[in-house]
Ligand binder design. Structure first.
Ligand code: 4AD
Ligand code: MG
Length: 429
């Protein structure tokens, strides 16, 4: 009997070969007395045609879109078929005859999200998920090759990392209120005292009420924390990591990028060192472009988009004012009104994909800063302890994996960067 092979392999064989593939009916139509089935598997699509001389011809005519099936036949060249080859069908086994598939070509965006469990079968989504797979794989590859330990923090936490406004309260088993974590940073900080260089990839949760192209309520967060380093050191880590990930996607996902219509010129520019723009200079640029911003303001998506017009590669924005960044950021001793922090912004309008910087290592300084943010040091007792027993200079960052995929794949909206997005208005399917 003929072995079942992936569609992609079948397309590489010479005309005249006998092939057997399995998958789902991606397209189905009859043309005269010929029944056409385009078969999709995880590797690609191939067209099969059944003529009346095949005993399977009546079955082929019955096949509905998304039916699962096994097709066997002879390969022949056909420049009109996808991939330039077509299977002259001999045998057809219908594994499951699909009901009328609800997704039509003209389906609205909202409907596609409602049937996301079926829409994930689209070729576009398949390519995005393959790129996403490479992004996660390359991230682990880089950290492991560079001496980091992978660790895991808890998802239920008792205090805010990134400010109370986006905390998700959860009623805990003992009746108390706990929160879903906004970031694993503090737990990573605790672990550098033994492992020195740690990273994690985990969900983070933000009760984001705004509907934007770049906010999820549950996102995948890659975070790293490194002992004995500073802002400059952590920025090097970030640029090396991002460059490695982009190189891997270019190597492994050329077909997927093409299917998505992604222009790759900018991706090829992603080599360290990345340009660095100070917050001060950014404010000047923005004022020059007519934005009503003044020194001290936090920069929103529109401002970031305008700044990305100045660069053809990712760039760092550093030296944010103290009030624009979370309390744990260390103030610059030579300029106490700014933090030793940097965001990494993706070009082409995408904006922030990483936030990171140096942490406060002195106990008194951290207590004072917590108070100055109107927070209660007692809520951060264990975090303060880390400054009581062998404190060291350290720095770290958080990378939004969904935002990174959105940019690399050139997507319009972050919800298309992961299979089952969670947003302010969606927790189904
Ligand atoms: O800038 P953020 O809020 O920084 C932190 O959470 C730090 N504690 C991380 C650290 O230093 N360990 O978030 C980091 C990144 C952002 O740059 C962004 O890419 C992503 O996480 N992010 C989101 N992605 C999707 N939806 C959201 N609502 C996001 N909020 C943050
Ligand atoms: Mg940020």
């Amino acid at each position: 009997a003929t072995d079942i092979i992936p569609v992609k392999e079948a397309l590489k064989l010479p005309a005249g070969s006998t092939v057997k593939v399995r998958g789902w009916a991606y397209r189905r139509r009859d043309l005269g007395d010929k029944a056409f089935i385009v078969v999709r598997d995880s590797t690609g699509i191939i067209q099969a045609v059944f003529t009346p001389d095949s005993p399977s011809h009546p079955d082929a005519r019955k096949v509905t879109v998304e039916s699962s099936l096994v097709v066997e036949g002879t390969l022949k060249d056909d420049p009109r078929a996808p991939g330039g080859k077509e299977i002259q069908g001999k045998k057809l086994e219908i594994v499951h005859l699909a009901e009328n598939f609800p997704i039509r070509r003209d389906a609205s965006r909202e409907f596609l999200l409602e049937v996301r469990h079926l829409a994930v079968r689209s070729r576009k989504m398949t390519s995005v998920l393959k790129i996403r797979n490479t992004v996660f794989e390359a991230l682990h590859e880089w950290f492991r090759a560079n001496g980091y330990y992978e660790v895991q923090g808890p998802m239920f936490v008792s205090a805010a990392v990134e400010g109370g406004a986006t905390l998700f309260p959860v009623k805990y088993v003992d009746g108390s209120t706990v929160y879903l974590t906004q970031s694993s940073q503090f737990y990573l900080e605790a672990l550098i005292f033994s492992l020195e260089k740690v990273y994690t990839v985990a969900p983070s949760f933000r009760a984001e009420k705004s509907r934007t192209r770049r906010h999820l309520t549950e996102f995948w967060h890659a975070e790293a924390e490194v002992a004995w380093t500073n802002l400059e050191g952590i920025m090097k880590v970030e640029e090396e990591l991002v460059a490695h990930i982009v190189r891997r996607v270019l190597e492994k996902n050329a077909e997927d990028l093409e299917l998505l219509g992604r222009k790759t010129e900018i991706l090829r520019n992603v080599e360290p060192p990345f340009p660095r723009l100070s917050y001060d200079k950014a404010i000047e640029i923005l004022q020059g472009k007519g934005f009503k911003v003044s020194w001290g303001d936090d920069l929103g998506a529109d401002e970031e988009r305008a700044l990305t017009e100045e660069f053809d590669r990712p760039f760092f924005l550093y030296g944010f004012p103290v009030q624009a960044k979370a309390f744990y950021h260390k103030n610059d001793p030579s300029r106490p009104e700014v933090t030793l922090s940097a965001d990494l912004l993706a070009p082409e309008g995408y904006g922030e994909i990483i936030g990171g910087g140096e942490r406060i290592e002195k106990l008194e300084e951290l207590v004072e800063k917590i108070k100055s943010f109107g927070l209660n040091p007692r809520d951060y007792e264990w975090y303060l302890d880390l400054r009581r027993y062998g404190s060291v200079p350290h720095a770290g960052f958080g990378l939004g994996m969904d935002r990174l995929v959105t940019w690399i794949a050139g997507l319009e909206h972050i919800v298309d960067s992961l299979p089952f997005p969670r947003t302010v208005s969606r927790t189904y399917p």
